[in-house]
Design a protein around this ligand. Structure first.
Ligand SMILES: NC(=O)c1ccc[n+]([C@@H]2O[C@H](COP(=O)([O-])OP(=O)(O)OC[C@H]3O[C@@H](n4cnc5c(N)ncnc54)[C@H](OP(=O)(O)O)[C@@H]3O)[C@@H](O)[C@H]2O)c1
Length: 512
C-alpha cells in the first residue's frame, strides 16, 4: 500500500534502513532528496533505526556535508523548515569521500555500513540512490555487486533507485536493463519517475476507479479525445550540453507523458499492487500503434524556440544562443504527438501529447474532451454552438480537477454559457509541503514498487518513441527555430489538431 493511500498520521514507519546516496553533492540531493527525507522525518515516518550516507568526491566530512545541506534545505523546504527536526535528522547523516569509479570506495562503504549497522541497528537493509549522471548507473551497480553489497539474505534487503533518464534510446535502455539484471533481480530495481509521486497522477486511479459515475463514461463512446500538456516556462539555461544530447522527445515522452497516458487509458487493475498496475500500464503501451515513417511526418511535430518575451515581460534568449548549444543545433525543445490505441476501449480516440520549453506557463495537465450531446431540442438557441464538456486534471501547479459544462444564463431567453466546477487539493486538504519524492522514497523503503517503472514499461516507452527518433534523425529539421519563447509552440502543432477539427486547450493560469 502506498503512502498516499493512508493519512500521513496513520502510515506506519518505514523499516530500519540506510539510504546511501551517490551524487550527494549534486542538485537533486539538496533540492529534492534531503527535503523529502526532512518531511518524512518530521511526519515521524522514518524509524530511529535509520541513517543516510552521502558519497562524493569533494573533501567533506559529516559536519561540513551537513552544513552544506543545511544551507540549502532552508531554501528548499521554505516555511516547513524547523531547526530541531533538521538537527535530529542531520545527526543521522554521514559523508564518505570517494571516487565512485574506485573499488576502494566500496570497501570503505562496506566498513562504514558495518559501523552504522552496529550503532543504529539498521539491520543491513540498504537503499542505494543513484543521483548521478546516467552514464554512471551501470558502473556503480557493477562495483556494488563486486563488493557484495547487492546480495540480499532472508533477513535483509538491498534496493537501488535509478534516476531518469533511463537510456537515451531503445537499444541503450535494453543494454542498461541487461547490465542491471546481471547483479540485481527486478524486484530490487526501482526506476523512478517523480511524476508518479504527484498526488494528481495517483489520483487518476482513485478518480477513475473509486467513483461510480466516471468509469462508465471513460471510453470511445463518450470521449472525443485527450490532450496531455507538460509545459516548462524556463529555457535551457545552463543545461545546454545535456539537452543537446537529449531533446524534448527523449527527455519527457518515454517517461512522464507515456506513464501519464498509461494511468489515463489503463483497464482497472485487479488490485493496487505493483505487478497488477504495471501489467495494465504495459497493455496500454502495447496497444499504442507504432507510427510509420509517413505517420511520423504527419503526427509528430518538433520545434525549437527563438528569443522571445515571457508573459511577465522577461526576455528569454534563443535556444541556439544558450551556453553549450551549437549555433546550428537541430535539437528540438518542443515535441507534439498524436497517438492512437488498438484496443476496444480506445479505438478511434486520438491522444495528443505536447511538451516544450520556454512556454508561457509552467503547467502540466490532462484535458479530456467529451463528445457533444445531441442538441436538437435546443434548436435556434445558442446551445447549438456551445462547447462540449471538458474535464481537466491539473497536475501542476495547483493540483486539482476541473469540469467545464454548459449552464443556462439566468434570464427570460435560452442563453447558455460554459461554467466550471473546480476542486483544488490545497483548498480541500490544506497545504502539505512535499517535493514529490516523499512517497517514492517511503514506498521504496517499504518495498512497494507500484509507482516505479518495470523494465518492460521502460522498453515499451522507448519502442514508441524510437519510431519517431529514427525519422527525425534521418531528416533534420529545416525550419528551426520555429517558435518564439513565450508562445505555445510551432504553428505545425496547432495544425496537428486543427486538421482533425480540434484545437489545443488554451491554458492561462487565471482560468483555473
Ligand atoms: N536535479 C533535478 O532536479 C533532477 C530531476 C530529475 C532527475 N535528475 C537526475 O538525477 C541525476 C543527478 O542530477 P543532478 O541534477 O543532481 O546533477 P548534478 O547537480 O550535476 O550532480 C551530479 C552528482 O554526481 C556526482 N558525480 C558526477 N560524476 C561523478 C564521478 N565521475 N564520480 C563521482 N561522482 C560524480 C557529482 O559529484 P561531484 O560533486 O563530486 O562532482 C554530483 O554530486 C541525473 O541522472 C539527473 O538526470 C535530476
Amino acid at each position: 500500500m502506498s503512502l498516499q493511500q493512508t493519512n500521513f498520521a496513520e502510515a506506519p514507519k518505514a523499516p530500519p534502513n540506510v539510504m546511501i546516496i551517490f551524487g550527494s553533492t549534486g542538485d537533486l540531493t539538496s533540492r529534492k532528496l534531503i527535503p523529502a527525507l526532512f518531511h518524512l522525518f518530521r511526519a515521524d515516518l522514518l524509524p530511529d533505526t535509520f541513517a543516510v550516507v552521502g558519497i562524493g568526491r569533494k573533501p567533506l566530512n559529516d559536519q561540513s556535508f551537513c552544513k552544506h545541506l543545511g544551507k540549502k534545505i532552508r531554501e528548499y523546504v521554505g516555511d516547513s523548515f524547523d531547526q530541531s527536526t533538521w538537527e535530529k535528522l542531520s545527526q543521522r547523516i554521514h559523508y564518505l569521500q570517494g571516487d565512485i569509479d574506485q573499488p576502494s570506495t566500496y570497501d570503505d562503504l562496506n566498513q562504514l555500513l558495518d559501523t552504522i549497522d552496529q550503532q543504529r541497528l539498521t539491520e543491513k537493509n540498504y537503499l542505494f540512490y543513484l543521483a548521478v549522471p546516467p552514464s554512471l548507473f551501470g558502473g556503480i551497480t557493477d562495483r556494488l555487486s563486486d563488493a557484495g553489497l547487492l546480495q540480499e539474505t532472508a533477513d535483509d534487503w538491498r534496493r537501488v533507485i535509478i534516476e531518469k533518464p533511463f537510456g537515451h534510446d531503445l537499444e541503450s535502455a535494453r543494454k542498461l536493463n541487461h547490465r542491471l539484471h546481471q547483479h540485481l533481480s527486478e524486484h530490487q530495481i526501482y526506476r523512478i519517475d517523480h511524476y508518479l509521486g504527484k498526488e494528481t497522477v495517483q489520483n487518476i486511479m482513485v478518480f477513475r476507479f473509486a467513483n461510480g459515475f466516471i468509469e462508465p463514461l471513460w471510453n470511445r463512446q463518450h470521449i472525443d479525445h485527450m490532450q496531455i500538456t507538460v509545459a516548462e516556462s524556463v529555457g535551457i539555461g545552463s543545461r545546454g550540453p545535456y539537452y543537446e544530447e537529449a531533446g524534448a522527445l527523449r527527455d519527457m515522452v518515454p517517461n512522464h507523458l507515456l506513464v501519464l497516458l498509461g494511468f489515463l487509458a489503463m483497464e482497472p487493475p485487479n488490485s493496487f499492487d505493483a505487478p497488477a498496475v504495471r501489467d495494465e500500464i504495459n497493455k496500454v503501451l502495447d496497444a499504442i500503434q507504432p507510427l510509420t515513417p509517413e505517420q511520423v511526418l504527419q503526427h509528430a511535430i518538433r520545434g525549437q524556440y527563438a528569443e522571445g518575451l515571457m508573459p511577465d515581460g522577461k526576455s528569454i534568449e534563443g535556444y541556439r544562443q544558450s551556453p553549450g548549444v551549437k549555433s546550428d543545433s537541430t535539437t528540438e525543445t518542443y515535441a507534439a504527438l498524436k497517438l492512437k490505441m488498438d484496443n476496444w476501449r480506445w479505438a478511434g480516440v486520438p491522444f495528443y501529447l505536447r511538451t516544450g520549453k520556454a512556454m508561457p506557463e509552467k503547467y502540466t495537465e490532462v484535458a479530456i474532451q467529451f463528445k457533444s450531446a445531441p442538441r436538437n431540442m435546443f434548436k435556434n438557441t445558442d446551445t447549438e454552438s456551445m462547447k462540449a464538456d471538458m474535464l481537466v486534471l491539473r497536475i501542476q501547479p495547483n493540483e486539482g480537477i476541473q469540469i467545464s459544462f454548459g449552464a443556462k444564463v439566468p434570464g427570460p431567453t435560452m442563453r447558455v454559457d460554459t461554467v466550471k466546477m473546480d476542486f483544488s487539493y490545497v483548498d480541500y486538504f490544506g497545504n502539505k509541503p512535499a517535493t514529490g519524492y516523499e512517497t517514492l522514497i517511503y514506498d521504496c523503503m517499504k518495498g512497494d514498487a507500484t509507482l516505479f517503472k518495470h523494465a518492460d514499461t521502460v522498453e515499451k516507452g522507448w519502442e514508441i518513441v524510437q519510431s519517431v527518433l529514427d525519422v527525425w534523425n534521418a531528416l533534420p529539421p529545416r525550419d528551426f527555430p520555429n517558435y518564439q519563447a513565450g508562445t505555445w509552440g510551432p504553428q505545425a502543432a496547432e495544425e496537428l489538431l486543427n486538421s482533425d477539427g480540434r484545437r489545443w486547450r488554451r491554458i492561462r493560469t487565471n482560468n483555473h
